[in-house]
Design a binder for this molecule. Structure first.
Ligand code: FES
Length: 148
C-alpha cells in the first residue's frame, strides 16, 4: 500500500504495509537513523518522534495513523529542539548517547506545550524516557538552561 508521510518538512511516499510501525519506515525506508529502537513495546522512549508537536513512540504507531501528520525526528528542525540541542552540548549530557534522541524529542514536546516547566513538570514529562547511563540530572539541568 502506498502511504505518504511528511517527515522533517518533506513528503515521502512509500510502498509498505499500513501496519508497519512508523519507526521502521523512518529508519529503514526513509533513512533517518537518529530515531532508535530500544524495547519495541512503548516502554523506553528511544523511538520518540514529534507528531504535530507531541512526542509519540514511533515503535507503536502504524504508518497509516501517521499519514497527514507533521513528523519531526531528531534530524529535523524545530526551534525548541535546536535550542535544547545547544544546551545538551553545553552541559555534555550524553554518556553512551543511545537514548538521547528520544530524550531530546520528549523535552521538545514538553517545551512546545509548556515553555516554563517546573522541575516537577520536567520529571513528569521525562518519565517516559529511560536512560541506562543515568543522565537524568544533566537532562533536567539542560532543560532548565534552555528555558532560562
Ligand atoms: Fe519504542 Fe522503546 S523502542 S518505546
Amino acid at each position: 500500500m502506498m502511504v505518504t508521510l511528511h517527515i522533517n518538512g518533506e513528503k515521502h511516499t512509500i510502498d509498505a504495509s499500513q501496519d508497519m510501525p512508523l519507526l521502521w519506515a523512518i529508519r529503514d525506508i526513509i533513512g533517518y537513523t537518529g530515531t532508535k529502537y530500544g524495547c519495541g513495546k512503548g516502554l523506553c522512549g528511544a523511538c520518540m518522534v514529534l507528531m504535530d508537536g507531541n512526542a509519540i513512540n514511533s515503535c507503536q504507531l502504524p504508518i497509516s495513523n501517521a499519514e497527514g501528520k507533521k513528523i519531526i525526528t531528531i534530524e529535523g528542525e524545530s526551534k525548541n529542539l535546536q535550542n535544547l540541542q545547544k544546551s545538551w552540548a553545553e552541559l555534555n549530557v550524553p554518556q553512551c548517547g543511545f537514548c538521547q534522541p528520544g530524550q531530546l524529542i520528549t523535552a521538545t514536546a514538553l517545551l512546545n506545550s509548556n515553555p516554563n516547566p517546573t522541575d516537577e513538570d520536567i520529571d513528569n514529562a521525562m518519565s517516559r524516557n529511560i536512560c541506562r547511563c543515568g543522565t537524568y540530572q544533566r537532562i533536567k539541568n539542560a532543560i532548565n538552561l534552555t528555558v532560562e
